[in-house]
Write a protein that binds this ligand. Structure first.
Ligand SMILES: Cc1cc2nc3c(=O)[nH]c(=O)nc-3n(C[C@H](O)[C@H](O)[C@H](O)COP(=O)(O)OP(=O)(O)OC[C@H]3O[C@@H](n4cnc5c(N)ncnc54)[C@H](O)[C@@H]3O)c2cc1C
Length: 175
């Protein structure tokens, strides 16, 4: 977090962040990055040697009764970066199908066409968006493929999920 001026540090909305997916500095001013960068700047000021590990551009918001989450690249961003990408979009249930058929969840995955590396995801629905987008954010942070998403041991009981989580259902469509 040290700037180009020795002993002057920058963190939060006045600093950029390394975007792990784009592999370059980016500007996504959020409280999540501000707090991590503030802690890291403080540790370095106190004599430690710590680096900010980057971000993937994860955010979530509530619009009326809709939950909307994103991580990584949108299709437009992948296109702007001239990446060889593909995408899948599915609409499914956030809980077991026989448990409630009232709500739906729409999941979109953006991934590299050849390697199937995850590039991003967007999820919209009335419930369960937060846990899915955070699983995708973790997968993205650790450079996982959509195929590897199928191996994840995710929680299932009828009030919470189907046996295949919605992001795994979407990942199956990328095979
Ligand atoms: C409406 C809104 C909703 C948001 N929701 C989310 C969210 O849901 N999730 C999320 O991750 N992020 C959210 N953010 C972004 C998040 O709040 C910021 O990214 C974060 O607060 C940045 O932290 P910071 O410490 O860099 O700056 P700030 O939190 O802006 O802190 C800067 C401080 O410096 C003070 N200051 C300014 N000038 C001077 C001066 N000359 N002398 C002394 N003090 C000064 C200011 O008063 C302020 O207290 C939201 C932002 C807004 C505006």
């Amino acid at each position: 977090m040290q700037t180009n001026v020795k002993d002057v540090y920058a963190a939060g909305d006045c600093a950029s962040q390394f975007n792990k997916v784009k592999q370059k500095n980016d500007y996504v001013p959020l409280g999540t990055h501000a707090n991590k960068q503030g802690m890291i700047a403080g540790q370095n000021l106190a004599g430690e040697s710590v680096t900010f590990k980057g971000m993937t551009g994860t955010s979530i918001l509530k619009f009326l009764d809709l939950q909307i989450g994103r991580t990584g690249l949108s299709e437009k961003e992948a296109n702007d970066l001239s990446l060889n990408y593909d995408s899948v979009t599915i609409t499914t249930r956030p809980v077991a199908g026989y448990y409630s058929d009232e709500e739906t969840l729409t999941v979109k995955l953006v991934f590299e066409k050849e390697t199937k590396h995850l590039l991003g995801g967007q999820i919209i629905g009335h419930k369960g968006v937060d846990k899915r987008i955070d699983v995708l954010a973790t997968a993205l942070f650790h450079n996982m493929t959509t195929v590897a998403l199928l191996d994840l041991d995710l929680s299932y009981a009828p009030p919470f999920n189907g046996v295949w989580d919605p992001i795994q259902q979407a990942a199956k469509r990328t095979l």
